[in-house]
Write a protein that binds this ligand. Structure first.
Ligand SMILES: Nc1nc2c([nH]c(=O)n2[C@H]2C[C@H](O)[C@@H](COP(=O)(O)OP(=O)(O)OP(=O)(O)O)O2)c(=O)[nH]1
Length: 136
């Protein structure tokens, strides 16, 4: 039996060492929790393409997906898996246009200050480690 997974890509956008976090406005069970902005990979897209599209739609910025973090994290939704990419900001200032009602830049050492969605926690811990090792 073929088992297909729906991949969700989340983007780790940095400004110096600060990490961008986005607060979801919907659906009600996720509203108020924080995530790495992104969304579902559509058929025919690569993860990098999906991330660049989602960041354009949700935040109004042009980005380049740089590299995928090792690992994949199960979401609360059956069959859904989170992949995380670092993304370089090419142009624009992120604004919460769709799906989010607040954005926050988290300073180095403060990445865990917000109430991340469960699936994001290990990814954010990894980002904190990587950023300590190779500040951007
Ligand atoms: N974008 C994003 N979604 C996440 C993260 N962590 C996590 O559990 N999720 C969940 C929330 C949603 O149930 C699902 C992503 O759906 P979405 O609604 O953001 O994706 P989308 O923009 O493609 O959705 P749609 O409105 O087109 O249906 O994954 C994360 O870091 N980023």
């Amino acid at each position: 039996m073929a088992v297909t997974e729906q991949i969700v890509v989340g983007g780790a956008v940095f400004d110096g060492g600060r990490l961008l976090a986005a607060r979801r406005s919907a659906p009600p069970e996720l509203a108020g929790r924080w995530e790495l902005p992104g969304g579902k990979v559509e058929p025919g897209e690569t993860g990098a393409q999906a991330l660049e599209r989602e960041l354009r739609e949700e935040l109004g910025v042009r980005t380049r997906a740089v590299r995928r973090l090792p690992g994949a994290w199960r979401l609360d939704r059956p069959g859904y898996v989170l992949h995380v990419w670092t993304a370089e900001l090419l142009s624009g200032t992120p604004r919460p246009l769709l799906d989010h009602d607040e954005l926050r830049w988290l300073a180095p050492g403060r990445y865990e200050d917000v109430d991340w969605l469960d699936a994001d926690r290990p990814a954010v811990a990894l980002l904190a480690e990587l950023n300590g090792a190779e500040p951007s």
